[in-house]
Design a binder for this molecule. Structure first.
Ligand code: NG6
Ligand code: CA
Length: 507
């Protein structure tokens, strides 16, 4: 080549690379790191000292940390349903699902994933699903559908329900990987099948003892909820799960790094059974519950290292949060209560998982976007119900009037450009609670609560009387002041009625 042609070639290359990088910065990638049962006080950037979470702390230090961020419900399935659809779970009476439940959504239901997919995103989910699969009777040995693909996830690698429920196998794009056709999987939630050992018949095989509900089929020394036979070659090893999920999420990101992508990354940590990889055993003095927090933090670190190494961090919004508040005893004898010491999983707040009190839904909430979100702490009232419309606004997608009717666009607040959050924020549990500024209202209980509540130390927050708390003076919800503020109670009751009756009109 002559000098002149080299010059022209170089100029063209510079122009081409510049144009290519402009295209790639147009639509940001979105990664939602969604932890299971992580409490407000469980990570060091929210005050924990008995466990250190340096990777999450780095997200908080370099991003926007919310002090009043909420998941929509105090249990998993309702929370995830609302997160993905932008509709409150109570409207469809969504509750915690068994491991063989059908897909919660009608195929084609608009979700954050389908909205992003329609807008050119590569979409994937890697981790705990717990939103049902199939039409009612699942053949775990064939193609399992409908599933995530029916609501907009092009790729899926799933723990079908929870790690304490059978089947204890992964499902990748509708198939159980590594399945031996001569050893088919059978699952039952209605009674014992086959003759595999159970927690009740073979307690000597257990790594952790469990309550009656968790004492069905034993796999990997852990008894689960539900019965299962077969699928031996396909069964997961709990201790290896972090590495497996790390690899699957990594593959998804690498394969889609040129496109805008959405990765929904729901971790199995720190839900029961808590069985950390050997690498993390003993990393806290709190036993398995502390150690799986450290393991979870390591997984976050692996993800962030990958994004940096691929130069994706500046074009990726990473959201870190949890699906419900903390719980110590959730069915397994992992000594979480005995070893908790001075650690406060719920921080200064009352209750936890299952609870109508604040800690049911007030969870760590961090937005991290290198170079785009300024490091700050925000006390704005924010909820995961707004994920749908906020993300739609971010990517300038149209949202039809029938989509995500409970969701609000909170983009300015989520990116730290405004400190004004929601005016009203609904918290779902076995009742409904409502926040406005620093006031918290808890409605009286309707319907039934699970029978096992009676034997557990769950601070449900349920009462036959209405409750009103002034969180500014009483963050731990100790003093019900409903009698002192009848007008305010009426305002909350009226608003609650309006929310129950119809989705709110949005600005
Ligand atoms: C409950 C289980 C609990 C946990 C929870 C789901 C009993 C007594 N308790 O029914 O251990 O699995 O369901 O947790 O069975 S969640 O985070 O997925 O909502
Ligand atoms: Ca959960």
């Amino acid at each position: 080549m002559t000098n002149k042609s080299i010059l022209i070639f170089s100029i063209l290359m510079i122009w081409f690379l510049g144009a290519a990088s402009q295209v790639s910065t147009k639509k940001p990638n979105i990664i939602l790191v969604y932890i299971d049962d992580l409490g407000y006080g469980d990570v060091s950037c929210y005050g924990a000292t008995a466990v250190q979470t340096p990777n999450i702390d780095r997200l908080a230090a370099g991003g926007l940390r919310f002090t009043d961020g909420h998941c929509t419900a105090a249990t998993c399935t309702p929370s995830r349903y609302s997160l993905l659809t932008g509709n409150y779970a109570f409207r469809s009476k969504t509750a915690i699902l068994p491991g063989d439940a059908p897909l919660l959504f009608k195929p084609g239901t608009p979700t954050v994933a389908s909205m992003l997919q329609q807008n050119g995103y590569a979409t994937g989910v890697v981790g705990k699903w717990h939103l049902g699969l199939g039409n009612g009777t699942i053949d775990w040995n064939g193609t399992i559908a409908p599933g995530p693909e029916a609501i907009g996830f092009a790729y899926s690698f799933l723990i079908p329900a929870t790690t304490d429920r059978v089947p204890t196998v992964y499902v990748e794009n509708g198939k159980v990987p590594n399945l031996d056709v001569n050893d088919p999987i059978k699952v039952s939630y209605s009674g014992m099948i086959g003759n595999e050992p159970t927690g009740l018949t073979h307690p000597q095989l257990l790594k952790q003892k469990a309550d009656t509900q968790h004492s069905n089929t034993i796999h990997n020394g852990i008894s689960r909820i539900g019965y299962m036979t077969g699928g031996k070659s396909a069964r997961w090893i709990d201790e290896e799960m972090p590495m497996v999920l790390n690899q699957k999420s990594r593959n998804f990101i690498i394969q889609n790094k040129e496109k805008p992508f959405f990765l929904y990354y729901p971790f199995p940590n720190i839900h029961v059974p808590r069985v950390p990889n050997q690498k993390f055993v003993g990393s806290t003095k709190m036993g398995p519950r502390g150690d799986v927090i450290v393991e979870m933090d390591w997984m976050v670190g692996e993800l962030m290292t990958l994004l940096d190494s691929l130069n994706l961090a500046e074009n990726t919004l990473v959201i870190f949060s949890s699906d419900n508040g903390p719980v110590l005893d959730d069915g397994y004898a992992d000594f979480a209560e005995q070893l908790v010491g001075t650690h406060r999983p719920a921080g200064n707040y009352r209750g936890g998982k299952y609870s109508a009190y604040e800690a049911g839904t007030r969870v760590p909430t961090i937005m991290y976007w290198k170079g785009k979100i300024k490091p700050a702490v925000s006390s704005a009232l924010v909820s995961q119900i707004d994920f749908y419309k906020t993300v739609a606004k971010l990517i300038k997608a149209d949202v039809k009037t029938n989509e995500a009717s409970d969701s609000e666009n909170q983009l300015k607040t989520w990116l730290g450009k405004s400190r004004t959050g929601r005016t009203w924020l609904l918290e779902e549990s076995y009742t409904l609670s409502l926040r406005k500024n620093n006031w918290k209202f808890i409605a009286t209980v309707e319907g039934t609560v699970p029978a096992w509540f009676a034997n557990k130390k769950v601070e449900s927050g349920l009462s036959k009387n209405v409750q009103l708390y002034n969180l500014e003076q009483d963050p731990a919800e100790q003093k019900n002041v409903a009698d002192l503020y009848p007008a305010l109670v009426k305002e909350f009751q009226d608003k609650m009625t309006a929310i129950r009756q119809s989705p709110q009109k949005k600005p």
